[in-house]
Ligand binder design. Structure first.
Ligand code: BES
Ligand code: MN
Ligand code: ZN
Length: 494
């Protein structure tokens, strides 16, 4: 999708479709009054008859029949004027894209960003909503049955000053969203395509384009590094595991980097502790954490943020092959801590624990891991919000703030000492799974054993990585969650 910035009066701007935001119950804004007048009172009529009243995400498409240079106008509800938020603008923009798709229009113009006096934040939100809401993954459709996608969006501005300010905001929002869409593409790929080797190749390719250093550790490198936990998970599959290391270090050697760690299980069958068959196909998305880390590095490098950032992606496939690791097995993790495997389906924490330990060699300022870690998180929080745990108040609150700003919200769960009991093992330092209670927290507590004293946050995206039904700017499927959240956090940090 291309974005264009144009200086134009919306009443004199020819286009196939013009998107205009409307507040609930309010038709008397200068722009709406003028449009209404040109359209012979059509909008006032909608409001009076309550056909369209500006409620959030409600739309009304009007053909102008030559009364205006714009062929059609799509009115989109923004809700009450004094309750407008960035996320509502994102939603309205996403709604507009999705509702215009069946009309076959390939290029549209929009005024959604000007609702709040055209602040940079609202403009960014309007671009994000359009890009994220207009996304679809149709790489494997051989027949043209899908409605066409919108390829060009023109943003209208009143004057040169606004337009040139707008241009840079639009460019940055596009850079950011392209990274989120990279994450969506990777997660949407089926697991027979997106193997650990595929993730490694994609990482190398992306890093080549954006000037990031990328290194791939192979199985024998992992053996030399005694990453037994990561290796154990990979044993049941023919696909060799990879440990992907991305380094973006423009800020100099003296500055400690932030290290991001992403779970990259390209398919999670559960292993010998096999998952039930219903919905197992969704477990191709068990590398959404890895995708979020790749996307974040791409965005940070493309935006040239002046900070040091490292991405670590342990990636493997969890299958019940003849050589698979088994319940009861004993693993010595890279950190030296021993783990009794009681459930091979609790594989994510095993991959992650070696990566978290490996992260220590960077003497990191902070570690943030992102993982589709527990079904319990979906039970607790659904698909609305990402679970957050951590050991550092200021890091946690910075991430929460970034969550609110980006619309990728997070909700904290406690890591109190009492929960530590759950993972006690009779024969090892810990076991890899506890009982039925507090599954998300016990997983977070497990990871905590491997981060030492470094400020650390764990993000459980099991619920938020995949959208079941489709929302205004989250079409059905992969959401790319984590990229916009982390880039927002890192932008504030820089
Ligand atoms: N990848 C799953 C978690 C998951 C479940 C993600 C549903 C997305 C949707 C993870 O590896 C897993 O299987 N976790 C187990 C842990 C348990 C065995 C302690 C779970 O949640 O059941
Ligand atoms: Mn699992
Ligand atoms: Zn998993």
């Amino acid at each position: 999708m291309e974005f264009k910035v144009t200086i134009a009066d919306p009443l004199e701007h020819p286009c196939r479709a013009l998107v205009v935001g409307c507040f609930e119950g309010e038709v008397r804004t200068p722009l709406l009054s003028r449009l209404d007048e040109s359209l012979g009172g059509c909008l006032t009529g909608f409001y009076e008859r309550r056909e369209f009243t500006g409620k959030l995400n409600k739309t009304r498409l009007v053909h102008t029949l030559g009364r205006l240079p714009a062929e059609q106008i799509l009115f989109v509800g923004l809700g009450k004027q004094d309750e407008l938020t960035r996320d509502k603008v994102r939603q309205a923009a996403g709604t507009a894209m999705q509702s215009l798709r069946p009309s076959g229009v390939r290029s549209i113009s929009t005024l959604l960003h000007m609702t709040d006096g055209g602040t940079n934040e609202m403009l960014q939100a309007a671009v994000e909503g359009a890009l994220l809401g207009g996304y679809s993954f149709n790489r494997y459709k051989t027949k043209d049955e899908d409605p066409t996608s919108i390829e060009e969006v023109t943003l209208l501005f009143p004057d040169t000053a606004a337009a040139s300010r707008g241009e840079s905001v639009v460019n940055e929002a596009q850079t950011l969203c392209n990274a989120a869409l990279l994450a969506r593409d990777l997660v949407s790929q089926p697991a027979n395509v997106a193997t650990p080797a595929y993730l490694a190749e994609n990482a190398l390719e992306m890093c080549g384009k954006y000037g990031i250093t990328c290194r791939i550790m192979e199985r024998d490198d992992m053996e030399r590094n005694a990453m037994e936990a990561l290796l154990a998970v990979a044993k049941g599959s023919q696909q060799p595991p990879k440990f992907i290391i991305l380094e973006y270090l423009p800020a100099g050697k003296e500055i400690s980097p932030t290290v991001l760690v992403g779970k990259g299980v390209t398919f999670d069958s559960g292993g010998i502790s096999l998952k039930p068959r219903e919905g197992m196909e969704k477990m191709k998305s068990d590398m959404a954490g890895a995708a979020a880390v790749l996307g974040t590095l791409q965005a940070v490098a493309a935006l040239k943020l002046p900070l040091n950032l490292v991405g670590l992606i342990p990636t493997a496939e969890n299958l019940p092959g003849g050589n698979a690791y088994k319940p009861g097995d004993l693993i010595r993790s890279m950190s030296g801590q021993t783990i009794e495997v009681v459930n091979t389906d609790a594989e994510g924490r095993l991959l992650l624990c070696d990566a978290l330990h490996y992260a220590q060699r960077y003497d990191p300022a902070a570690i943030i891991d992102v993982a589709t870690l527990t079904g319990a998180c979906v039970v607790a929080l659904g698909d609305v919000v990402t679970g957050l745990m951590g050991n550092d108040e200021s890091l946690k609150s910075a991430i929460k703030k970034a969550g609110d700003a980006s619309g990728e919200r997070v909700w904290e769960l406690p890591l109190w000492e009492e929960y530590g009991e759950i993972m006690k093992s009779d024969i090892a330092d810990m076991k890899n799974a506890g009982g039925p209670g507090a599954g998300t927290i016990s997983a977070g507590g497990f990871l905590q054993q491997f981060v030492g004293k470094v400020p650390w946050v764990h993000l459980d995206i099991a619920g938020t990585a995949w959208e079941e039904k489709g929302r205004p700017y989250l079409p059905k499927g992969a959401t790319g969650v984590g990229v916009r959240l982390l880039v927002e956090y890192l932008r504030e940090l820089a």
